[in-house]
Design a protein around this ligand. Structure first.
Ligand code: SF4
Length: 372
């Protein structure tokens, strides 16, 4: 089956956020021309392998993620989408998403992105509290978030998602309730939540080790997650995946493809691809990724065959993390019923669906199923 979902990793960020362990390239000036040359070469290589052809592959979703894709600017994003369209057809009605830093969403940039077929914007808002944004080492202030939303809407991009981070360290005087209020006041179609975790080798981890910061406890994490669930669902959003809320019909089609096990192609440094059986991943470091492609070599660093055991575990985990649920076999029935009695899940025929309380325990519950 030819994938109809394309992910493009744009690794550039102006600086590293305090909590971030992603594969990024910190650049004050983004090397747009060099990056686009790498993308052109990788797309040519993928096409030659038969992964994508302009005549046989209609992309139903394109996702520009990062890093900070919006740092490519108005012209860089236009050129990127033009390059993609020269290798693969972007279907009519395709969902074309760009992740954006609020600072980058100027009226001119939004107009150019909309003209280039971007129709969904995922905005890294994170908080509406300037002190929290400074602590996170974000480049934007709270005032820029509303400006970005208005610029996108004026350009005709009306499918807007806001990212928020919860469970900040207790010493950060940020009101989660106020952040949820401010989010809803902007009437987004979609909201993604990220619970802050202390990842190794991040500025946050160094701060925690030195006693300058502390991690939020489990109670704070649970309280804020459940508060968000309550507020968002009362406002008419569906909590359709453990970390995501959407107005009806505005679920992320691209991410939903991942969660249902659909094949996809990923290009750019650190991007992953999946053909239904095998997962491949690219070289992580931007300079090495580009140099490899410039030498005419493959950017793929490794691959793994998803064997029956791994496929079963993924099916369980993916099913439980979404509102679709997991089709439990007879061997898992008693376990699922115990979850329902504990108030963590509902059972609908042979489907078991976790609720917000269950999603707080997702990893341990998924580990308890056999999938037989
Ligand atoms: S903008 Fe995103 S990818 Fe870039 S440093 Fe911050 S968290 Fe990491």
């Amino acid at each position: 089956m030819l994938p109809s979902h394309l992910y493009v990793h744009v690794p550039f960020c102006a600086r590293r956020c305090s909590y971030c362990d992603f594969s990024i390239a910190v650049r004050r000036t983004v090397p747009v021309t060099d990056y686009l040359r790498g993308i052109q070469r990788e797309l040519a290589a993928v096409t030659a392998l038969g992964g994508v052809t302009s005549s046989s592959c209609d992309l139903s979703t394109v996702y520009l993620g990062g890093g900070t894709p919006s740092s490519l600017g108005a012209e860089g994003v236009r050129q990127l989408l033009t390059t993609i369209a020269s290798f693969a057809q972007i279907a009519r009605g395709a969902e074309v998403t760009i992740e954006a830093n609020p600072d980058d969403v100027t009226p001119e940039a939004a107009d150019a992105w909309a003209a280039a077929r971007v129709n969904r914007l995922s905005l890294g808002a994170q908080s509406f509290d300037d002190a929290a944004l400074t602590w996170m080492h974000r480049t934007h202030d709270a005032g820029r978030i509303g400006v970005a939303v208005r610029s996108a809407r004026s350009a005709g991009i009306d499918n807007l998602s806001l990212d928020l981070i919860f469970a900040l360290p207790p010493e950060i005087p940020r009101s989660w309730t106020r952040d949820l209020d401010q989010t809803l006041a902007l009437s987004p179609q979609h909201v993604s939540l990220y619970g802050l975790t202390v990842e190794p080798a991040t500025p946050l981890e160094r701060g925690v080790s030195a006693g300058r910061a502390s991690a939020a406890g489990e109670d704070r994490y649970a309280d804020e997650f459940l508060e968000a669930h309550d507020r968002m669902t009362r406002a008419g959003f569906a909590h359709y995946e453990v970390s995501n809320f959407a107005e009806p019909g505005r679920e992320s089609r691209h991410n939903s493809a991942y969660w249902t096990g659909a094949p996809y192609i990923g290009i750019g440094p650190a991007a992953h691809s999946f053909d239904g059986q095998r997962r491949r991943w690219n070289i992580k470091a931007y300079t090495q990724w580009l140099a490899t492609l410039d030498r005419g070599e493959s950017a793929v660093e490794g691959h793994e065959l998803i064997d029956a055991e791994s496929a079963k575990s993924e099916r369980i985990y993916l099913g439980l993390r979404t509102g679709i649920g997991y089709r439990a076999g007879a061997s898992d029935r008693a376990t699922a019923e115990s979850w329902a009695r504990a108030g963590w899940a509902v059972i609908d025929g042979d489907l078991v669906r976790l609720n917000a309380e269950g999603w707080l325990r997702l990893d341990s519950l998924a580990a308890g199923l056999t999938g037989l």
